[in-house]
Design a protein around this ligand. Structure first.
Ligand code: NDP
Length: 456
C-alpha cells in the first residue's frame, strides 16, 4: 500500500499532461489529472485545432477566386461567422469529450479545479482538498503575453479572444511577426477583414530561413494583408466604437479589433513552485533536464511550461517519454533535434532542420538548392502566387541539413521530409527517390544544381 494518495498527479490536462497521465494509468498507476478550465488544453480548446478550422474556413474565399478561372461561377458566396463559430464550438466540445473519455477509459481520475503545490509531494486542489502524490507532473502550458506598458493595452485582444469574437470587424490590426500573428493575419484576411500586420522587426518570422521570410511576406501581401515593418504600437485608444492604434513610425491605424500576438509565457504564476522547490528561469519557465526532471525530486514538467520547443507534438513526446521512463521501465528521452514545424499562413510554410544562416554558421561549406515557381494550379488561371522549395546541404558530407517549403500543402510535405532528414540522409539518397508527378513536392527531388555560393 502506497503512502501517497496517487502514484502520479498531473497538473494540466493539455497535450503533454493527458498523454503522460493516460500512459501511466494504462500501465496500472493510480493517476489524477487536475484541470482548471477544459480538458484538451491550449491545442484543442484555443490553439492548433480551432485555428486550423479557421484556416479552412478562411481559405474558401481564395478557392472561390481560383474557381472562376477553372470555369465555375462562384461569385455571390457569403460567409456566416456566427454559424461557423457555433459549428467550431460543437467540434471542440466533441474533441474535449474524447480526451475525457480516453483518460477515464485508461483509468485516470479527472479533477476539475486548480491545483497548487504545497510541498514536494503534496498539493491543494480548489474545491477538492489536499492530496499527496509520489510523482507530480507539471503540464500547465503557456498563456498569451501582452506588453503591459503599452497605453490602452486592455483594449486589445489576444489569440484567445480571436476565436470567439462576437462579430467580424471590418478592419483589424494584428501586432507581432511570429506564428500566431502570421496565421491569424491570413485567417482574418481570408474571412474578408481588412488586415494590417504590424511587426517591429525588418521581416516577419524571425528565426526562420531568410528566403522563407521574404517569400512569405510577399505572398501574404499578394493575398491582401497589409504589412507594416519596423514599427510597433505606442498607444491604443477607443474612438467612438472604433479603436485607434498609434505606431512608433507616426502612423495611426483605425480598426474594429486590435490583436496582440506578442508571444506567450509559461503558465507558472501562483503554482506554488517555491513551496515545492521547483526552480524557474528568467521568463518563468520551469527548468528541467533531458528527462524532464525539475530541480525538486519527484516533480517533472513537460510542454510549453518548460519553454523548450513550444509545439503540441513535442509536449506529447515529452509526456510520453516521462511516462515510459517512470512507469514502463523504458528510460526514454525525447530528442529535440530536427523537429519539423508548420506555419498555417496562407500560403503555408513547412520547415525542418537548419536554416541556411544556421548551417553557414555551423559548417564551412554549404550548398543551397532552391526553386521558386508558380504551381500548375496557379498557371492555369493566370494566378501569380509562387511556391518556394529549398534544401540546405553540407557540401562536404553531402548530408541534407534543412528543408524549407512555402506553398500549398507545405505542412503535409514537411512531415514526410522530416523522416529522411532525421535519419541523416545525403543529397544523393534524397534524389534517388523518383518524383511523383504532377506535384509540388516533386520539385524537392529534382533540385539538380546548387545556387552559386556567396563570395567569401
Ligand atoms: P512568437 O514568440 O513566435 O512571436 C511573438 C512576436 O511578437 C515576435 O514577432 C516578437 O517580435 C513580437 N513581440 C514581442 N514583444 C513585443 C512587443 N513588446 N512589441 C511588439 N512586438 C513584440 O510567439 P507567438 O505568440 O506567435 O507564438 C508562440 C509560440 O506558440 C510559437 O513560438 C510556437 O512555438 C507556438 N505556435 C505554434 C504554431 C504552429 O505550430 N503552427 C501556431 C501558433 C503558435 P521579435 O521577433 O522581434 O521578438
Amino acid at each position: 500500500m502506497s503512502q501517497f494518495d496517487y502514484d502520479l498527479f498531473v497538473i494540466g490536462a493539455g497535450s503533454g499532461g493527458v498523454r503522460a497521465g493516460r500512459l501511466a494509468a494504462a500501465r496500472g498507476a493510480k493517476v489524477a489529472v487536475a484541470e482548471e478550465y477544459r480538458v484538451g488544453g491550449t491545442c484543442v480548446i484555443r490553439g492548433c485545432v480551432p485555428k486550423k478550422f479557421m484556416v479552412y474556413a478562411s481559405e474558401f474565399a481564395h478557392y472561390a477566386h481560383i474557381a472562376e478561372g477553372y470555369g465555375w461561377s462562384a461569385s455571390g458566396a457569403t460567409f456566416d461567422w456566427t454559424r461557423f463559430r457555433e459549428a467550431k464550438d460543437r467540434e471542440i466540445a466533441r474533441l474535449s469529450g474524447l480526451y475525457v473519455a480516453n483518460l477515464t477509459r485508461a483509468g485516470a481520475q479527472i479533477i476539475e479545479g486548480r491545483a497548487v503545490l504545497t510541498g514536494p509531494n503534496s498539493l491543494e486542489v480548489a474545491g477538492y482538498g489536499r492530496v499527496t502524490a509520489q510523482r507530480i507532473l507539471i503540464a500547465t502550458g503557456g498563456r498569451p503575453w501582452k506588453p503591459q506598458d503599452l497605453p490602452g493595452v486592455e483594449l486589445a485582444i489576444t489569440s484567445e479572444e480571436a476565436f470567439d469574437l462576437p462579430a467580424l470587424p471590418e478592419r483589424m490590426v494584428i501586432v507581432g511577426g511570429g506564428f500566431i500573428a502570421v496565421e491569424f493575419a491570413g485567417i482574418f484576411n481570408g474571412l474578408g477583414v481588412d488586415v494590417t500586420l504590424v511587426y517591429r522587426g525588418d521581416q516577419i518570422l524571425r528565426g526562420f530561413d531568410e528566403d522563407i521570410r521574404s517569400h512569405l511576406a510577399a505572398e501574404i501581401q499578394r493575398r491582401g494583408v497589409k504589412l507594416v515593418l519596423g514599427a510597433h504600437p505606442v498607444a491604443i485608444s477607443d474612438r467612438e466604437g472604433d479603436l485607434q492604434c498609434r505606431l512608433s513610425d507616426g502612423q495611426v491605424l483605425q480598426a474594429g479589433q486590435i490583436m496582440l500576438a506578442t508571444g506567450r509565457k509559461p503558465h507558472t504564476g501562483g503554482l506554488g513552485l517555491e513551496a515545492a522547490g521547483v526552480g524557474t528561469g528568467p521568463n518563468g519557465a520551469i527548468k528541467v533536464d533531458e528527462w524532464s526532471r525539475t530541480s525538486a525530486p519527484g516533480i517533472w514538467a513537460v510542454g510549453d511550461v518548460t519553454d523548450r520547443i513550444n509545439l503540441t507534438p513535442v509536449a506529447i513526446r515529452e509526456g510520453a517519454a516521462f511516462a515510459r521512463t517512470e512507469f514502463y521501465d523504458q528510460p526514454t528521452r525525447f530528442d529535440h533535434e530536427a523537429v519539423a514545424s508548420a506555419v498555417f499562413s496562407q500560403p503555408p510554410v513547412g520547415t525542418v532542420g537548419l536554416t541556411e544562416a544556421e548551417a553557414r554558421a555551423a559548417l564551412p561549406n554549404i550548398d543551397v538548392y532552391r526553386s521558386r515557381f508558380r504551381p500548375m494550379k496557379e498557371t492555369f488561371y493566370g494566378g501569380q502566387e509562387q511556391a518556394l522549395v529549398k534544401l540546405v546541404v553540407d557540401a562536404d558530407s553531402q548530408r541534407v541539413l534543412g528543408c524549407h517549403v512555402v506553398g500549398p500543402d507545405a505542412p503535409e510535405i514537411i512531415q514526410m521530409a522530416a523522416v529522411p532528414l532525421k535519419l541523416g540522409v545525403t543529397k544523393a539518397q534524397w534524389d534517388a527517390a523518383c518524383a511523383v508527378h504532377p506535384t509540388l513536392a516533386e520539385e524537392l527531388v529534382t533540385l539538380s544544381e546548387p545556387v552559386p555560393r556567396p563570395a567569401a
